[in-house]
Design a protein around this ligand. Structure first.
Ligand SMILES: *[C@@H]1O[C@H](CO)[C@@H](O)[C@H](O)[C@H]1NC(C)=O
Ligand SMILES: *[C@@H]1O[C@H](CO)[C@@H](O)[C@H](O)[C@H]1NC(C)=O
Ligand SMILES: *[C@@H]1O[C@H](CO)[C@@H](O)[C@H](O)[C@H]1NC(C)=O
Ligand SMILES: *[C@@H]1O[C@H](CO)[C@@H](O)[C@H](O)[C@H]1NC(C)=O
Ligand SMILES: *[C@@H]1O[C@H](CO)[C@@H](O)[C@H](O)[C@H]1NC(C)=O
Ligand SMILES: *[C@@H]1O[C@H](CO)[C@@H](O)[C@H](O)[C@H]1NC(C)=O
Ligand SMILES: *[C@@H]1O[C@H](CO)[C@@H](O)[C@H](O)[C@H]1NC(C)=O
Ligand SMILES: *[C@@H]1O[C@H](CO)[C@@H](O)[C@H](O)[C@H]1NC(C)=O
Length: 257
């Protein structure tokens, strides 16, 4: 009689940072290509500044000066404190535009783009000058004047345009995690009272990757770069320095009686 036994063992999760590097800043996990300290990040764009004089500690992507709320190696995405670009809102400074050109970061298509106010026109542009934007309507119910647009291309620049026509009232524009926006914001005008919205960023990998265990997608324009994660059944960090590892170890035993 032949018996085939199979054991499946969960392998220990592979490291998410290079040896000797910190994998957290306070409560926030910092996976490679990000890193704290010179030999820990992939390149300067992924340098994380960890400010531990505040509690909880705050992590920022130094090169783009954006504070990080979460980094997911599984999704190759980071949630950052996204700015609310505004004009003429009481108690708010007029926000500065955001420009990620020349960096490996782009806004994820999981965000939704929101313009609030009467006749607010907000636009985004990207590597190929694509424009995404919308113009909010002016209705009688003034508090709900907003429009949504979905970014579907490589977008790196985000600004509020000034039509010079209608300067009345508070105007805002922001890019926000769509799921969060739908579940947390019922009246977009209330966004003027919060400091930031969660915005999803993704980053492009360069050629130095572990091709066997990867799943990549060209971010709309393949010449711009790829967003890569470990393939299904694998986990880890999709760069050669660390690598993706199979999630399970299978042991086959053959028993003859
Ligand atoms: C850390 O954050 C505090 C409070 O925002 C700030 O005063 C301090 O300068 C920061 N430290 C560093 C090293 O950035
Ligand atoms: C950060 O992302 C990880 C993985 O996607 C998730 O498990 C965790 O709950 C997130 N944390 C926060 C604070 O959003
Ligand atoms: C964004 O920054 C890049 C590089 O720093 C610059 O060339 C470009 O003109 C800027 N775009 C806008 C719209 O400010
Ligand atoms: C992709 O972007 C590059 C650089 O911005 C551009 O030269 C090229 O034409 C684009 N390719 C496609 C297929 O859109
Ligand atoms: C953003 O828009 C304002 C007003 O239209 C303009 O003055 C400014 O130059 C723009 N900034 C960028 C970076 O595009
Ligand atoms: C701001 O809005 C008020 C009306 O709410 C308007 O009277 C004023 O001209 C606006 N100011 C600017 C600088 O747009
Ligand atoms: C968006 O936010 C939701 C809820 O806060 C979170 O579960 C989800 O992971 C976020 N989506 C992305 C793409 O990060
Ligand atoms: C957003 O909504 C989710 C549930 O959909 C909730 O768990 C979370 O605490 C809310 N976040 C904020 C900042 O209100």
């Amino acid at each position: 009689m032949l018996m085939l036994l199979m054991f499946q063992l969960a392998a220990a999760p592979p490291p998410i940072v290079k040896p000797g590097c910190r994998d957290r800043c306070g409560d926030i996990s910092i996976p490679y290509p990000f890193g704290i300290g010179k030999d820990c990040y992939k390149n300067e764009w992924f340098a994380i500044e960890c400010n531990e004089t505040v509690s909880p500690a705050r992590a920022s992507i130094s090169g783009i000066k954006m504070e990080v709320l979460n980094i997911s190696a599984e999704r190759a995405a980071a949630t950052v404190k996204g700015p609310i670009i505004s004009s003429n809102c009481t108690g708010r400074e007029n926000g500065v535009p955001l420009n990620l050109s020349g960096t490996p970061f782009i806004f994820s298509s999981d965000n939704v783009f929101v313009a609030v106010g009467c006749n607010t026109r907000a636009l985004m542009s990207g590597a190929e000058q694509d424009l995404v934007g919308c113009k909010s309507p002016c209705s009688d119910v003034e508090s709900k004047n907003f429009c949504l647009a979905s970014p579907s291309s490589i977008l790196q620049v985000f600004n509020l345009t000034d039509d010079n026509q209608d300067r009345e009232g508070c105007k805002m524009a922001f890019l926000v995690n769509q799921t969060w926006f739908k579940s947390n914001i019922s009246d977009p005008l209330t966004v003027q009272y919060i400091d930031y919205v969660p915005t999803e960023l993704v980053w492009m990998v360069d050629g130095d990757i572990d091709v066997h265990s990867l799943s990549c997608r060209g971010y709309q324009n393949e010449s711009f770069g790829f967003q890569c994660v470990c393939r299904w059944g694998y986990e880890g960090i999709p760069y050669r320095e660390l690598g993706c590892k199979g999630k399970h170890i299978y042991i086959f035993l053959q028993k003859n009686e």
